[in-house]
Design a protein around this ligand. Sequence first.
Ligand SMILES: Cc1cc2nc3c(=O)[nH]c(=O)nc-3n(C[C@H](O)[C@H](O)[C@H](O)COP(=O)(O)OP(=O)(O)OC[C@H]3O[C@@H](n4cnc5c(N)ncnc54)[C@H](O)[C@@H]3O)c2cc1C
Length: 501
Amino acid sequence: MSKFCEVRLPRRYTAAMTPNPRQVAAGHLDAGQLDAAVVGAGPNGLSAAITLARAGLRVRVLEAHSQPGGGLSSSNWQGFTFDTGSAIHPLGYASPAWQEWPLHAFGLDWVRSPAPYAHLWWDGRALALPQKLDAAAQVLGPDGGRWRGLFGPLVTAQAELLEDTLRPLLRLPRHPLTLARFGVPALAPAPLTAELLFQTPEARALWAGLAAHVNLPMTTPGVGAAALMLGTAAHAGGWPFPRGGAQALTGALAEYFRWLGGEIQLNTPVRTRADLPAARVVLVDSSPAVARRLLRRSTPAYDAWLARFRYGLGAVKLDYALSGPVPWLDPAAAQAATLHIGGGLREIEQAERGAAQGRLAQRPYLLAAQHTLFDPGRAPQGGHTFWVYAHAPAGTGPEYADTIEAALEQLAPGFRARVLHRRVTTPAELEAFSPVFGGGDVNGGRFDLPGLLARPVPTPTPYRTPDPQVYLCSSATPPGGGVHGMCGYHAAQAVLHDLFA
Ligand SMILES: Cc1cc2nc3c(=O)[nH]c(=O)nc-3n(C[C@H](O)[C@H](O)[C@H](O)COP(=O)(O)OP(=O)(O)OC[C@H]3O[C@@H](n4cnc5c(N)ncnc54)[C@H](O)[C@@H]3O)c2cc1C
């Protein structure tokens, strides 16, 4: 049994919904009637299931855990809501599929902090970057014009950009000019881009903080793409998160799916094909290794690609229940729900390179979220939560948490004294929670060029497998890691095209 316990979701919204006639008629779906079975109720499994159910198919999702969500779920400790995996959802908010679906009617309510993110230096200074580009340019002084020049056109064309990037890259672009604008800084080594584009240490550090979301050395080609995507999202729709916890977004997806007539079967680990109900097609929201076990037919070439699938660095993650807010030295840090902690460009680059070589930094790059400043319902009166992780090799143990906590204490003296409860999750525990997070890699596979172009195979529709009855739909397929559901959406589109045209 996992240590991630269950959170109850408010059902007040669904109670008010008009019943869907298909759901009322279906009740429980008989095995013989199933069109599709989906293994795994992560954001991609649920998005695949919804896409199929919207097309009128009869779909059942099988989930190993006692609640749906995978990396989009929450647990509870004495009234404090901890997000098990993802905490902040810029791509979830911008997701082309989810924008189309009535998730608000099923309880989703986005929360934004005044600034999408803040950057912290080791001397305690913090810079909170405003969402509006003009205001951000003012804050960045001499580099303001360059920042606006880089992100402004991408913010304007964000819908086009997402259409071409949140899908397999081995397809003809629909908006080649927008993609070309994106391409150069996306492919150049991130530190070089920072130094060529910006002159101030502040703008360079902000760029590094964005790029370091990718759990690979920052010089890796492709890392800049994440910086551009995330930076664009910050100035377009902000970096929101679901009120009440990540589980609330999963709750909205799950309730919408059920309303469409779908069924979710919990506590159902699928180990072999024998664990599956009879269905015309199976979509696998899991790792390539799990998918391989479920194939009845394969080829040596496909097997070789799956065996070659590689992961980035893992993460050591800490969840805190606090008796008060984090006592930051610089109050600007309290303006943003998301924090990039790590100092200047070179410090972040060295910390990330060191981690990739097995040398854990005393001052690591930390990604942190402080939801309760803006969503107080996640903790009892006066209490706060704090979510933070550092990149670390797969075998790293829980002792690294003390280094992370010491770094936090340096920027917020008195932090330790406010800790009521601390939970540490190692890379191995992340993988045990969901096989998608191989080696603790939160992105479910490397975010470098080979990892983007061959995810897991170099084809325009890598959701297909040699077994015509099995499709892969997790973040091990394009567009990869992050909560956006687009892997599941595209996999389901392939299924509809191939089998239910
Ligand atoms: C610590 C951490 C922090 C993150 N932070 C962010 C963030 O802030 N923002 C963001 O956008 N993304 C973040 N991510 C990434 C994001 O959570 C993932 O990219 C996303 O959850 C991937 O979705 P998925 O559906 O592909 O896989 P998962 O979310 O892993 O879901 C897969 C589901 O399938 C189930 N499953 C797998 N195999 C089987 C089987 N054989 N039988 C039955 N069930 C099975 C699993 O139990 C799981 O529920 C974070 C991830 C982690 C771990």
